[in-house]
Design a protein around this ligand. Structure first.
Ligand SMILES: [Zn+2]
Length: 207
């Protein structure tokens, strides 16, 4: 089987990244005691495998059917919105003109007052509600700076020295530092429920 040129290049890089010496008639691979592997051949095999699997993981990411379908669906949504604009409709994004409850009512009507469901109309109303709720709630809803999900009262949180309050799970794997000194510390970060942040935020600086 003929390999694509990029793959050949990756393989060459995998081989030459092993400690080696090359002269006119031989390539000699050496064992690297700092790298994983049992001997020079094992280390070479690991590097080749990693080069091949990273390449195939990359090509698998190209364009998933899901993403293609969402793009097509978005195009259908945009076409429907443009048609409605041409008919003089609009104002969904303005709380003065359009109460959020009205959008919920329209979405509800789609399900209960229509003989045939129209996925594009349902999607457009869902989009409007989604966008409005992101905007309307911006002041009142605190979000985790890492995953951007709104906090729920019983979420387990930890304080990050640069990001502030985050989900404990989102911080997992980052180094634990003392929030007073910034020095790395051993042991798990202290955690708390999100509901406790309102009452403890003021008091915690006093120790
Ligand atoms: Zn999070």
């Amino acid at each position: 089987m003929k390999r694509p040129p990029r793959q050949n290049q990756d393989l060459m890089e995998a081989i030459t990244s092993c400690p080696h010496s090359i002269n006119n008639d031989e390539i000699r691979l050496s064992f690297d005691p700092r790298a994983e592997g049992l001997n020079a051949l094992d280390q070479l095999a690991r590097r080749v495998e990693a080069a091949l699997s990273s390449r195939s993981a990359e090509s698998g990411k190209l364009a998933h059917l899901d993403d293609i379908a969402v793009d097509r669906f978005a195009a259908a949504m945009k076409a429907k919105l443009a048609k409605k604009r041409a008919e003089g409709r609009g104002g969904w994004d303005d709380p003065e003109q359009c109460h959020i409850d009205y959008l919920h009512q329209l979405l509800d009507d789609q399900f209960h007052a229509r003989a045939v469901l129209d996925p594009v109309d349902i999607a457009n109303l869902s989009m409007m509600i989604h966008q409005r709720e992101e905007g309307d709630g911006a002041q009142s809803t605190s979000r985790c700076p890492i995953c951007a999900e709104p906090f729920k009262d019983d979420d387990l949180c930890a304080a990050d020295i640069t990001e502030g309050t985050c989900h404990a799970a989102c911080l997992e794997g980052s180094p634990v530092v003392d929030l007073e000194t910034g020095e790395p510390t051993a042991g798990p970060a202290s955690t708390f429920r999100f509901a406790e942040t309102e009452s403890t935020a003021e008091g915690s600086t006093n120790g």
